[in-house]
Design a protein around this ligand. Structure first.
Ligand code: SAM
Length: 304
């Protein structure tokens, strides 16, 4: 790639090249670690959505290179849809984090142990349509939470990218069901112009009796939802109600009565509004003075 004006502008982009990081995102994880001490006592880590691999590089350098006593003890598993160039000490899986088979493959590398830390910098291809991008990012975060619920030990930590859009509250509430502490952070290396932030979720403590699932309760079809039981069913208890064969409030229907199909007679409201805002306009219409601004004033004054 040739030099662009961005090379000069973005300090983290340049620093990443100087320090040998595959992407400037490395600094985001390093800065999150500075504040939350994420790597303390950690020996099994999963890096979800890892390509091109700068977060895995950080893990490899911090957990293996800088702690020689950890050599052979630390397991780092990186997953991405895309292929990734190899990294020392990092097991790579080319797979989809929304698939249970990916969860099983990760588990197989931990030989019966659970992860201490799961990180996810996942992002879908951005469309530029903010609402859609936020929605898809939210779904990816929930997918990351689902797979994490199969992998993480009780008390473990989950870090993930989140878009701080208007629906961030529901994601936060969902995460709070599983972690006792949830913090939303913006590392300095994350551009101010971006709505990107990161959730640091500490002390994994799912509801008692929670069974890890891969279906997303916000999206499940009604049949899948019905098959959820116990606490699994109360996690984000959102569902669209009503029989699909019932009336659709967005559709126009012929003016017949609901029973018998006779022509519909317009009925008066059960309770008239006491002081409706359209009263003035009705009065104006009745006195045939709707277009005259003078008479609007007159009528308004009369009202007062
Ligand atoms: N943390 C990485 C680093 O430091 O190099 C950068 C990650 S990049 C911003 C986002 C990645 O998410 C992409 O490589 C993309 O392939 C991956 N991704 C998106 N959806 C995914 C999915 N369902 N399963 C696995 N990876 C996914």
């Amino acid at each position: 790639m040739g030099r662009s004006s961005k090379d000069k502008r973005d300090i983290y982009y340049r620093l990443a090249k100087e320090d040998g990081w595959r992407a400037r995102s490395a600094f985001k994880l390093l800065q999150l670690n500075d504040d939350f001490d994420l790597f303390n006592g950690v020996s099994r880590v999963v890096d979800l959505c890892a390509a091109p691999g700068s977060w895995s590089q950080v893990l490899s350098r911090k957990l293996i290179d800088e702690r020689s006593e950890n050599k052979g003890k630390v397991k780092i598993v990186a997953v991405d849809l895309q292929a990734m160039a190899p990294l020392p000490g990092v097991i790579q899986i080319q797979g989809d984090i929304t698939k249970i088979s990916t969860a099983h493959e990760i588990i197989s590398y931990f030989e019966g142990e659970e992860a201490d830390l799961v990180i996810c910098d996942g992002a879908p291809d951005v469309t530029g349509l903010h609402d859609i991008d936020e929605y898809i990012q939210g779904q990816l975060l929930l997918a990351a939470l689902n797979i994490t619920s199969h992998l993480l030990k009780h008390g473990g930590v989950f870090v993930a990218k989140i878009f701080r859009g208007k629906d961030v509250d529901i994601l936060y509430s969902q995460l709070k069901v599983f972690f006792s502490t949830v913090t939303i952070c913006k590392p300095r290396s994350s551009r101010n112009s971006s709505i990107e932030s990161f959730v640091v979720c500490q002390n994994y403590s799912p509801p008692i009796g929670y069974v890890p699932i891969m279906c997303n309760p916000l999206l499940v079809d009604p049949n899948q939802f019905k098959s959820l039981e116990g606490v699994n069913r109360i996690v984000v208890p959102f569902m669209a109600c009503g029989d699909l064969s019932g009336y659709d409030s967005d559709q126009t229907y012929p003016l017949t009565t609901s029973t018998g199909g006779k022509e519909y007679q317009t009925l008066s409201p059960i309770q008239e509004p006491i002081n409706p805002p359209y009263q003035t306009a009705c009065l104006l219409r009745k006195t045939n003075s709707l277009t005259s601004s003078d008479s609007t004033e007159q009528v308004q004054n009369k009202d007062v």
